[in-house]
Design a protein around this ligand. Structure first.
Ligand code: AMP
Ligand code: ZN
Length: 474
């Protein structure tokens, strides 16, 4: 049973989706006014792994990430660069997808844009006004936080704090400092949409609430984002939805910790950022993902060049394991070869430990340790043996490799053996090489034919070695 930490209840809970086996996940995505930084990338990788593990465990996951394509920062960048705000947002949406693909993050099922939902946002506000949860104030519309009894419960903010507000939050237009804008009237030169309250644009919190209800319904299983979003963003999303629908908006609130640089949260406004695209160029996607996942997703993670360098070294050793296994598999099986019983026990234990780490609130540092320990054990055992191992050991080695590649790929730390050749083809080719060594030519030929039917060719080299081509490329 998967356990997941819920910010709302402040504890780990058994993961029981609302409508098994379906799981609806919404993660707050980027505001597209600049390239994303390594902190944003950490958040995206953390949720990518949660999603992929749930899929691996048989859940039917629908995963939605929004794009905030209208916002003060986008508008001011467009004004500065004398561009239309759409030009700015399109540019950074493309840049965002480039990073997502480079980091081997599975694309979401849907990336709704705020500007495609303005009509629905206006109706949402009208519904809130009808049930007196909102009020109009000189072209703006505000949510009345006093009307929502459990306001502050997600972020554990005390009522006095909320009602006092900060200086920045105080406004003549609001009835209470904690109230927040659902609709903001536009200033001269700013983009705007027509509404019953005059020209303006929606508030950020309302955008997410609207897109969640539109694409996933009134209740979802997991809502994700960084801890900076708990208040006010998620608190406000929750208030807007629940006051209207009367049903729990989110079952599990999941928040990632910060990536820290120079002792502070990596943030554009502080200026301590490294762009994700630069980090990908400087290191590799696998090394970056390994670095992100070496900390638990809820823990802070300190960015240093040295920490990532250390990841590079560890990952190179891990990757070498596959070459070593490959070498051993190429030799003919010998009945009197080394019979490494300890390997079988190690593999079985590793599988069990890997899943118990992942099921304990997606404990990736522990899960990684299991993969790395298994790889290390394989290298240690194989370094002691000659290349001849018993047929049983070959089966365990293939099993171990399958396991390491499957979950190494899920975490995104394994380099693909080749750009176009799937792992399955390699497995088949190794099996064929074994048959050939054992003079079992009929079986070897059958495999060659199977591989050919799958669109690949094998070229035999000397010494039992071979090369694989995709048919289109030879
Ligand atoms: P933003 O574009 O700032 O709204 O951020 C997109 C996502 O990245 C949100 O889920 C943020 O909470 C998350 N995020 C922003 N900065 C960091 C950071 N330094 N470490 C981890 N996550 C972050
Ligand atoms: Zn959001």
């Amino acid at each position: 049973m998967i356990k997941i930490f819920n910010t709302f209840t402040n504890q780990k809970e058994n993961f029981e989706p609302l409508n098994f086996p379906k799981v609806k996940i919404y993660v707050c995505g980027p505001t597209v006014y600049d390239d994303i930084h390594v902190g944003n990338a950490r958040s995206a990788v953390n949720f990518d792994v949660i999603r992929k593990y749930l899929i691996d465990q048989g859940y039917a996951v629908t995963y939605v990430v929004n794009l905030t394509d209208i916002d003060d920062k986008i508008i001011s960048k467009a004004l500065k660069e004398k561009k239309d705000f759409k030009e700015v947002s399109e540019q950074y949406i493309n840049a965002y997808f480039q990073v997502i693909d480079d980091l081997k993050i599975k694309r979401a099922d849907l990336y709704p844009k705020a500007t495609d939902h303005i009509g629905e946002m206006i109706s949402f506000i009208q519904d809130l006004l009808s049930c007196q949860a909102a009020y109009v104030s000189e072209g703006d519309v505000y949510f009345s936080t006093k009307k929502f009894e459990t306001y502050g419960k997600l972020s554990k903010k005390k009522a006095e704090f909320l009602m006092e507000g900060t200086r920045a939050e105080k406004s003549e237009l609001k009835k209470s400092p904690a109230d927040f804008a659902l609709w903001k009237s536009s200033k001269l030169g700013e983009p705007f949409w027509l509404s019953p309250w005059g020209n303006g644009r929606p508030g950020w919190h309302l955008e997410c609430s609207t897109m969640i209800r539109r694409h996933l319904g009134n209740s979802i299983d997991i809502h994700g984002g960084g801890i900076d979003l708990i208040f006010p963003h998620h608190e406000n999303e929750r208030a807007q939805c629940e006051i209207l629908t009367g049903v729990p908006f989110v079952k599990y609130w999941v928040h990632n910790g910060f990536l820290i640089m120079d002792g502070e949260k990596m943030s554009k406004s502080i200026g301590n950022i490294l762009k994700a695209k630069d980090a990908i160029r400087q290191f590799t996607p696998e090394v970056l993902r390994y670095f992100f996942l070496s900390a638990h997703y809820r823990a802070p993670l300190n960015y240093t060049y040295e920490a990532i360098q250390a990841c590079q070294v560890g990952l190179d050793e891990f990757q070498m394991t596959f070459a070593r296994i490959e070498e051993v598999l190429k030799y003919a099986s010998q009945n009197q070869g080394e019979n490494l019983l300890t390997l079988k026990i190690f593999i079985e234990k590793a599988e069990e430990q890997f899943h118990s780490a992942m099921q304990d609130d997606f404990n990736t540092p522990q899960a990684l340790a299991v993969l790395f320990d298994l790889a290390k054990e394989i290298r240690r055992l194989l370094s002691k043996t000659s290349s001849a191992v018993s047929p049983d050991v070959k089966i365990w080695l293939i099993k171990a490799r399958e396991f390491l590649i499957k979950f190494g790929t899920l975490l995104g730390i394994v380099k693909e053996l080749s750009e176009d050749i799937p792992q399955e083809i390699y497995e088949q080719a190794f099996m064929r090489a074994c048959f050939k060594k054992e003079s079992k030519y009929q079986q070897a030929d059958q495999i060659r034919e199977k591989i050919s039917n799958m669109g690949f060719l094998i070229e035999d080299l000397h010494d039992g070695k071979f090369r694989i081509f995709s048919k289109g490329k030879k």
